[in-house]
Design a protein around this ligand. Sequence first.
Ligand SMILES: [Zn+2]
Length: 308
Amino acid sequence: MPEYAAIHSHILQDVLARLNKTYQDFFRRVTTGHGGQTPGFPRFQGRTRWHSFTYKEYGNGARLDNGFLVLSKVGRVAVRWSRPLAGLPKTVTLSREADGWYVCVSCADVPIQPLAPTGQETGVDVGLETFATLADGTMIHNPRCYRQAERRLKTAQRRVSRRKKGSNRRRKAVRLLAKAHQKVRRQRQDFHYKTACQLVHKYDTIYHEALQVANMLKNHHLAKSIADAGWHAFLSILAFKAACAGKQAVAVPPAYTSQTCSGCGAVVQKGLSVRWHTCPECGTSLHRDHNAAKNIERLGQSLRGEVA
Ligand SMILES: [Zn+2]
């Protein structure tokens, strides 16, 4: 393959490593079952679907020189840095997004910056109606921009469908659609980061329900599955932010957290449409999600008590 001579060897090796991972994941899904679904065989990714490549060893093929990125077989590239590098650079990944190329340098031994402990703990219940509810009753709402973004996405998607395949006009529409998706992704990520940051500042330990991936895949209700994906992204950001700040995000098993009364522990059956928790035993009356958040906090604390 003489054309591969123009590519650094580590990039080629990394492509094989990614392919191997894809197959390993596929075989794992075949053996463990995939939430009751048939696992999809890895599909061929054409040149329009391959968006990144990795130099797996910093200093070998990719290095920094005076703020410039020097890439083997590519050259000196000027970079607009979003932040100074911290720690020891390990791998360098370049990826193409809708508005240009990005470089991601992953580093080891990044110094953590612990936040001062506050002595506070809370439980978080994630929901469809409100993004999250805390054990003290605080509700965190989804930003309004989501709705507007959905409309813009729809318009952009329609524009692509209307245009003739293979035409320049369609290619242009595809580019605009990709930009619209990127904007939504960034808005959502921004909201997730800011929310996680607030929680980590205020609480030392944050308990949340463990999301069950199998259930997520089974659910065919679109709005629900999008929200599930959002919480998944949020919880991983929360775990990461907590680790950076020397705090903790703890997942608890999601059993009966919405059905149990947070006041007396009685089980009060209610369907998804019932938004208010009223206990016939002790008279506790509060929002369903608030009740669940209190249960999650208590469950988390009791589970930790058993471990210690
Ligand atoms: Zn009760």
